[in-house]
Design a protein around this ligand. Structure first.
Ligand SMILES: [Zn+2]
Length: 153
């Protein structure tokens, strides 16, 4: 999961816009929305599929959408999400898990021909986050419970 985020932040995943540079015959359309050019920025933030997932996640943790594009968000998060404060750790976890699941759904659609709904992917993300957070002691950090809703059903 961390490797996917590391590569996504550096723009190194094999998105269709990158593949097209080496193979002009390659399909460039995003497989999640079947409309726009697939780039890192589109795939993880601008795509209607991804944006719907982020909206569900942000609603789940009662946090507003910051309106940033992918590159601006990564730059912002890199400068603001520092240290090992449990709230920061939780936010990083949300980003890591969401990017991983969006990338996995994209790959499943391309290579396996399977297709999950926005709701199924969003719930997979939340389940994964909940499982990971179960190992963090939240007793001293009630804000996580309030703002990130990790103990909700
Ligand atoms: Zn798309």
């Amino acid at each position: 999961m961390s490797l996917v985020l590391w590569m996504a932040v550096r723009g190194r995943l094999s998105t269709r816009d990158r593949i097209h540079k080496y193979d002009p015959r390659a399909v460039t359309t995003c497989v999640l929305c079947n409309y726009h050019l697939e780039s890192h920025s589109h795939l993880f933030f601008e795509c209607s599929f991804s944006r719907a997932i982020w909206t569900q996640l942000l609603n789940y943790c009662r946090s507003p959408w910051n309106g940033l594009c992918w590159n601006a968000f990564i730059a912002w998060a890199s400068s603001h999400w520092r240290g090992d404060n449990p709230i920061i750790v939780t936010k990083k976890l949300y980003l890591r898990v969401a990017v991983y699941h969006i990338w996995r759904e994209r790959n499943c659609r391309i290579f396996e021909g399977t297709k999950k709904t926005i709701s199924v992917v969003a719930h997979s993300i939340i389940d994964t986050i909940r499982c990971r957070l179960s190992s963090i002691n939240l007793k001293d950090h009630p804000l996580i419970d309030l703002n990130w809703n990790v103990n909700a059903n």
